[in-house]
Design a protein around this ligand. Structure first.
Ligand code: ARG
Length: 463
């Protein structure tokens, strides 16, 4: 091989991060070979010792990763053989790099998903904390980016909690299918050795909720499909898309034209030329990185498409997109939990530094947008008007209020009555932002009572 081709075909510079999974898988395989009397006591003991030594070398950055040895698997095996001789060469009995790599990625991804689940939970907790402080903070709810009806900021934030809860579910589900054992499939057709796959699966914790071993049941499928990686990246893409939508809102809410919120300085940057600037770099980057993760999903789907059974070298290209998806998602979730909810002070246990809310700017915006117009229409309907007529009457009232530069609730009763005689002084209860908010007291609605119920439900979920 020329140096160029060597570099082209090697994966060691990125797949070395699978080293822990690789050693773990090898030890589980060797232990089983020993139990099946395929490996001697002495060889099994040497393999354990050698792997221990390799682990220390890698941890201390003393391991000499070699491009000539192509990938993580051959690098570790070559070092093992250098350390313990023939026992190292016997490790690969009844195994191929094809079932080895499939096992490694599944093991690695399974543990990463566990970490992601924790981070997703922390982000949800952060959002619920901020929601709880803002049950009665009223902001304009938008449709078509036009002021629609008043909503509680708490309610708005809990919408994202719902999204992240579904992301959590999807991740768990993807993890369930990832946690299956390919090892024992060998190159593609199974092996002539009397392996005990049950035992390997159990050693590696590849079991279902009932404690039964999760074993890939078809050797051709086991070594070749990467659908679990695609599923994970799909769930990660959706999660990033939810983060991206939130980012978009934070960016707009932070702009001077809205002034709804501030985020802590450490998540923003200034401008080199405009001294007044505080740019929302973190949400912007998260929005940008969403494109990158969605791109990885497309990459993996396209990688799989058209591959005949069984293993093909194409599959080596699964790693970089998968690694980058995991890294991007984990960093993003960690940063967002802190940016939204703040940091816990180790000494006092108190959280600080989350988003700062300007409640007045929010309620002013709701008033400017005539957010309670629907409430006036509903009021007239309750007085006996057909809804379509009520709608038209309110449109006239809004127009009049606009010319006077006032909110509906600021018009005198006599003016309101000129639009319809049935309007009485109790109209002001429904025209206020508070009145409008409290009136939407149905399950899933924005009334503070409902928002508090949802907060309680979420808190129970977290326990
Ligand atoms: N580095 C390879 C990969 O990532 C390992 C499997 C290689 N198998 C083979 N038959 N060339 O897919």
């Amino acid at each position: 091989m020329s140096d160029l081709v060597k570099r082209y075909t090697a994966s060691v510079f990125f797949d070395q991060r699978l080293w822990q999974a690789d050693i773990r898988g090898s030890l589980a395989h060797a232990q089983m070979l020993h139990a099946q009397k395929i490996l001697s006591d002495a060889d099994w003991a040497s393999i354990q010792k050698g792997m221990q030594q390799i682990q220390t070398e890698i941890e201390n950055k003393q391991f000499n990763w070699q491009l000539d040895l192509e990938d993580v698997h051959l690098n570790i095996e070559a070092r093992l053989t250098a350390l313990i001789g023939d026992a190292g060469k016997r490790l690969h009995t009844g195994r191929s790099r094809n079932d080895q790599v499939a096992t490694d990625i599944r093991l690695w991804l399974r543990d990463e998903i566990d970490a992601i689940l924790q981070l997703l939970q922390q982000l949800q907790i952060a959002l619920v904390d901020v929601a709880e402080q803002n049950v009665n903070t009223i902001m304009p709810g938008f449709t078509h980016w036009q002021v629609a009806q008043p909503v509680s900021l708490g309610h708005h934030l809990l919408a994202y909690v719902e999204m992240f809860a579904r992301d959590f579910d999807r991740m768990q589900d993807a993890c369930r299918r990832t946690n299956f054992l390919p090892l024992g499939s060998a190159a593609l057709a199974g092996t002539t050795y009397a392996l005990n796959r049950q035992m390997v699966a159990r050693t590696l914790g590849m079991v279902n909720e009932q404690g039964q071993a999760n074993i890939c049941q078809n050797s051709l499928d086991a070594v070749s499909d990467r659908d679990f990686a695609i599923e994970f990246t799909s769930a990660a893409s959706l999660c990033m898309i939810h983060i991206s939508r939130l980012s978009e809102e934070l960016i707009i809410w932070m702009s001077q034209n809205f002034g709804f919120i501030q985020i802590a300085d450490r998540f923003t940057t200034g401008s080199s030329i405009m001294p007044q600037k505080k740019n929302p770099d973190v949400p912007e980057l998260a929005r940008g990185k969403t494109g990158r993760v969605v791109g990885h999903l497309m990459g993996l789907l396209t990688l799989m498409k058209g591959q005949p059974l069984a293993y093909n070298k194409d599959n080596q290209e699964d790693k970089e997109p998968l690694f980058d998806t995991v890294d991007t998602l984990k960093d993003t979730l960690r940063i967002f939990a802190e940016m939204m909810g703040g940091q816990v002070d180790a000494a006092t246990g108190k959280k600080s530094g989350g988003i700062q809310v300007n409640a007045k700017a929010m309620s002013d915006a709701a008033k400017r947008g005539y957010a309670t117009a629907t409430d006036l229409a509903d009021y007239l309907v309750k007085k006996g008007l057909p809804f379509r007529d009520a709608h038209e009457t309110v449109a006239h009232a809004v127009k009049a209020a606009q010319t006077q530069g006032k909110d509906l609730s600021e018009l005198p009763l006599s003016t309101l009555q000129s639009f319809h005689a049935s309007i009485e002084s109790d109209v002001f209860d429904v025209l206020s932002l508070q009145g409008s908010l409290h009136a939407r007291n149905t399950l899933g609605g924005t009334a503070p009572e409902q928002v508090l119920l949802q907060i309680r439900r979420h808190r129970q979920r977290f326990n």
